[in-house]
Write a protein that binds this ligand. Structure first.
Ligand code: PMP
Length: 330
């Protein structure tokens, strides 16, 4: 019989899928690392597993304890899965820009969700960072993984994502592209790929216009899960060779094209990363192998990126990608 003991055993080893229409006419091979194949539906399953295991070993997380974390959803799902398996409770703190669909997913896995305003500074008492700190003080047996400062976050990518990419491309990868949120993905994967290739692999971050990584101040943007208004310690400033800023409009346009033209129903930060990969591919040659990491699936964004009314309300909908047009008979 072929089975695993628990879905948590399926974290990692996600497939590489070639991009076709999106990079039509461009020289390099462009591959997507499709992280929605993780059991919780995102790249964050990787960090959840490693952070919990490390906290159990260090004694920070004790049997029957509660995991408290500010999360835009994906880290919460990963933590909730691991928590279920090991008998912990979960309380997650989300900014209000996170879609209700995503919050309901966390509740479905059995977590409690606390919602905080997006439009306040990180030092404000109602910011989602401060609310989670207060909950950690108030709940007995609480442990905060703190994905923004936990070295196990980049370490999970150093030990899983990086080696997987090297093996899957048989060492032929020349460029790695990923969006930057906590910076864990790009820092851990990038560190491994630089080490194993003797510095040959180039690491390219994709960042929402306005975020600190591409020189902004944290100006608001709509794409979820990426960009910051501060510099987390999980981001290693020595790893990225280049950061490409991408507008919300381009992020969402490419997100919709990934679904319509590549069969990949993925989230807005995936479109952002893929937009950066396309920009990079224009400057690369036929021997180059670009891998772009797509962090999550698109089902959590059906009422936003994939909703024509929402898109139009921000002026994002271009006529080419608007779904059915007036002339269509469906
Ligand atoms: N995309 C999404 C949807 C995310 O939730 C995250 C994590 N915040 C990222 C991208 C960025 O990954 P990282 O935190 O490893 O930089």
């Amino acid at each position: 019989m072929e089975y695993v003991d628990h879905v948590v055993d399926l974290v990692g080893n996600t497939p590489l899928v070639r991009l076709n229409a999106l990079v039509d006419g461009l020289a390099p091979l462009v591959l997507a690392k499709v992280e929605y194949f993780n059991p919780g539906g995102s790249v964050k399953d990787r960090i959840a597993l490693r952070m919990v295991e490390a906290a159990e070993r260090s004694g920070e997380l004790k049997p029957g304890g509660t995991i408290v974390e500010p999360t835009s959803g994906n880290t919460g799902v990963g933590l909730a899965l691991v928590a279920q398996r090991r008998g912990y409770k979960c309380v997650f703190v989300c900014p209000d820009k996170v879609s209700e669909d995503k919050r309901n997913v966390l509740k479905a896995y059995g977590a409690e969700v606390v919602v905080c305003p997006t439009a306040v500074a990180p030092e404000h008492p109602d910011s989602y960072y401060n609310v989670s700190d207060r909950l950690v003080r108030e709940i007995p047996g609480a442990w905060k993984p703190n994905q923004y400062a936990n070295e196990e976050n980049p370490a999970s990518h150093y030990h899983s994502t990086g080696p997987e990419l090297w093996r899957q491309t048989e060492g032929k990868i020349t460029h790695f592209v990923a969006g930057v949120g906590t910076g864990g993905t790009i820092s851990g994967t990038g560190k491994y790929l630089k080490e194993v290739s003797g510095g040959r692999v180039k690491i390219i971050g994709a960042d929402p216009e306005g975020s600190v990584y591409s020189g902004g101040t944290g100006r608001p943007y709509l794409v979820e899960g990426v960009g910051e208004d501060f510099w987390p310690t999980t981001y290693d400033r020595d790893i990225c060779d280049e950061i490409i800023p991408i507008s919300d409009a381009d992020s969402f346009d490419v997100t919709r094209r990934l679904a319509r033209e590549e069969g990949l129903l993925v989230g807005g930060s995936c479109g952002m990363a893929a937009a950066a990969a396309v920009e990079l591919a224009r400057r690369c040659g036929p021997d180059d192998v670009i891998v772009v990491l797509l962090p999550d699936g698109g089902r959590g964004y059906l009422s936003k990126v994939f909703n024509d009314t929402w898109m139009s309300s921000y002026g994002f909908l271009s006529p080419d990608h608007s779904g059915a047009t007036a002339g269509d008979v469906l």
